[in-house]
Design a protein around this ligand. Structure first.
Ligand SMILES: [Zn+2]
Length: 180
C-alpha cells in the first residue's frame, strides 16, 4: 500500500528561532543577570570559530572574598576602600581568568563595550572580535583607550542590535518549556 508513497510532505523548511549572534548575546545577557551589582550588570561569553562556548563571566567581587564585608553602594565621594570599584572584577576579566581553554581567535560577546583595563586583557588574549550590545560610556577616556587598543591590535568590534521580537519568541518558548 504505502511502499510507493514518497514522504515529501515530511521535508518541511525549518529554521532556528535565533541566529548565533542573537544566541550568544542572549547567553551574555543571562550571565549579566547573575551579577549581584545593583547598578551595573555586565555579562560576556567567549566562543571559538566553530561557535562553541569556551568561557563566560559577569562582574562580581573577588572570588572567595567575604562579600558581606564589601560595599555595593554608589557613594561616589567615599574613598576607594569603601567603594565597589576597589573589589569588583569585570565580566571579561572573570571569563578570561576562569577560561579552561586558550582564547586566541575567539569572539567575545559582551553586554557593554569593554573598559580599557579589560581591553588590555582581551588584546593580550588575542581575541579576534568583540560583539557588544551597549556603549553607554562612549566618549569617556577609558572607552577611547579601549577602542585605540582594539584598533592597534586589529581586533574587530561591532555593535549588535537585538530585535524586540526575540523577547516575544523567547517568552513563548519559555511558556512552552515551563507548562505541561
Ligand atoms: Zn572592564
Amino acid at each position: 500500500m504505502s511502499e510507493n508513497k514518497n514522504y515529501t510532505d515530511n521535508y518541511i523548511e525549518a529554521k532556528s528561532a535565533v541566529d548565533w549572534d542573537e544566541y550568544f548575546m542572549l547567553q551574555a545577557i543571562m550571565a549579566s543577570f547573575k551579577s549581584k551589582d545593583p547598578a551595573t550588570k555586565v555579562g560576556c561569553v567567549f566562543v571559538d570559530q566553530n561557535n562553541h562556548q569556551i568561557t563566560f563571566g559577569y562582574n562580581g567581587f573577588v572570588a572567595g572574598i567575604d562579600e558581606s564585608k564589601l560595599p555595593w553602594g554608589k557613594l561616589k565621594n567615599a574613598p576607594l576602600e569603601h567603594q565597589k570599584y576597589g573589589y569588583v572584577v569585570h565580566a571579561e576579566a572573570n571569563a578570561i581568568l576562569h577560561s579552561p581553554g586558550n582564547l586566541k581567535g575567539s569572539k567575545c560577546y559582551v553586554t557593554l563595550f569593554p573598559c580599557h583595563e579589560c581591553a588590555k586583557l582581551l588584546a593580550s588574549s588575542k581575541v579576534d572580535e568583540i560583539i557588544y550590545l551597549q556603549d553607554k560610556h562612549f566618549g569617556t577616556e577609558t572607552n577611547t583607550i579601549a577602542r585605540k587598543i582594539f584598533e592597534l591590535t586589529d581586533i574587530k568590534f561591532r555593535r549588535l542590535k537585538l530585535e524586540d521580537d526575540i523577547i516575544s519568541k523567547l517568552s513563548h518558548h519559555f511558556h512552552e518549556m515551563t507548562n505541561d
